[in-house]
Design a protein around this ligand. Structure first.
Ligand code: SF4
Length: 135
């Protein structure tokens, strides 16, 4: 498969790339739908229409890595690593980068926030972790 490595490097310098073997084997040819999902495109860094934070999650995060968008539901991010970095990711500004730091301290801040807000009935856990439960 051919790829413009110069453009690729330019994008990767801003947004990380990771493609797992399963998805890599699904690619039939450059530009096919799976390619577009997995392989960086220079359009990503020349997009001046969409904002870096299209879901405005940073404004809805009372503590790091927790998004409280609905009164009874939160999103809790427990890792900044994904098996593959999707090119359409709405969190690509920080997933897989040092802008998204997850430590025991940041997780504990999330757990404390949950304990302090009993109206929250649902916690969507994003990512996987081998950490023990603190609940
Ligand atoms: S957070 Fe979800 S959409 Fe974004 S790169 Fe990871 S798996 Fe893909």
């Amino acid at each position: 498969m051919n790829c413009d490595t110069t453009a690729l490097r330019e994008v990767i310098a801003n947004f990380p790339m990771r493609v797992n073997p399963y998805f890599l084997n699904l690619i039939q040819s450059p530009g096919d739908p799976i390619w577009k999902q997995a392989i960086p495109d220079s359009a990503e860094i020349h997009d001046h229409v969409c904002t870096d934070d299209p879901l405005a999650e940073d404004f809805l995060s009372p503590v790091p890595n927790l998004v409280h968008k609905y009164p009874d539901r939160v999103l809790l991010l427990v890792t900044n690593q994904c098996a593959m970095y999707c090119r359409f990711c709405t969190r690509k500004r920080k997933v897989g980068t040092e802008k998204m730091i997850i430590t025991d301290k940041t997780l504990e801040a999330g757990y404390t926030y949950l304990r302090q807000h009993p109206a929250i009935r649902e916690v969507l856990v994003s990512g996987r972790t081998r950490r023990k439960s603190y609940f």
